[in-house]
Write a protein that binds this ligand. Sequence first.
Ligand code: NAP
Length: 327
Amino acid sequence: MNENVYDTIIVGSGPAGLTAAIYNVRANLKTLVLGGDEPGGQLTLTTHVENYPGFAKGIGGLKLMMDMQEQTRNLGVEIRNGYVSRISKKQTNNFQIILDNNEILESKAIIVATGAKAKWLGLPKEKELIGKGVSSCATCDGAFFRDKVVVVVGGGDVAGEDAWFLSKFASKVYIIHRRDKFRMQVAVAKKIENNPKIEVVWNSEVININFKLPASPAGRQTSNTKLENILVKNNQTGEEKIMSIDGLFVAIGHDPATSFVKKNVNLKEGGQIIVGKDLEFPTMSSVPGIFAAGDCVDDVYRQAIVAAGDGCKAAMDAERWLETIKN
Ligand code: NAP
């Protein structure tokens, strides 16, 4: 037996990945979790989590993930940083997991639990202004906007919760939503409605971001470059207006982080990994031995608790599948 071969390598360390690891290690499998480039996943960027059972008063997203990680480690799982660039199959039928630093790891099964990444509006300068007034993480950056005017773009749960969180710091929070109806849960929408600091700008889109250049001889961007205003268009009337703001929080959803497996397994049009074709192993992808769980699969529920449940299923499927390949 090759001591360096893992039974399962779990790619991703959000609720799906860590739950899978807890189940696999308790089944006596040699288990490694690779944290990915956002260790802990999306919950670490969430403020207060009220809908994860077991916490009478709710729990901070980061705290929940730190505790989950500690629980996983305490059970004997190895968790390390590492970003997978591709996966290939060896003649032994084991998988090779190639990291971006060219390190190669080997396992008999893989559970992909890489979650999803924030989407951006695609406007010129948007990404260059990240950290200079533009953000996709209210939890991370909200406190920089004390007594400032901020905008949240989007109409989903994240936009709602971000707006509510930002209202603790900012003097004014606008939500700019492209339709006249929210997608967010009613409970979140109610919190917003009742918050006097939050105002919704319906049927509207941000069409340009303008920034202030400090006086510099070359007229180039420097670290003092700063968001100044945005151009907003009402998509019903065509009216355009400039809004002077200090912060722009983009909360328009996420893309599944699956590009590293696109050559291996079948994906949906939106990039989610297709599972469930093999009724015996409902979390298995199109490649035997590669399982998937959480937001990298789910384009319907996308809840932490669902991801954790799916991680459990993937671990149990992987365990049963590993039994079938034993000589
Ligand atoms: P989401 O539910 O997909 O909502 C994205 C929002 O952004 C939608 O309102 C959408 O508008 C808007 N949008 C998308 N592309 C846009 C664009 N290019 N320009 C302007 N607006 C755009 O995404 P999310 O809010 O990030 O939430 C992701 C998932 O996590 C959801 O399933 C959500 O329920 C879940 N979540 C749950 C909790 C919780 O349970 N506590 C907390 C946070 C998130 P349209 O409405 O017009 O499509």
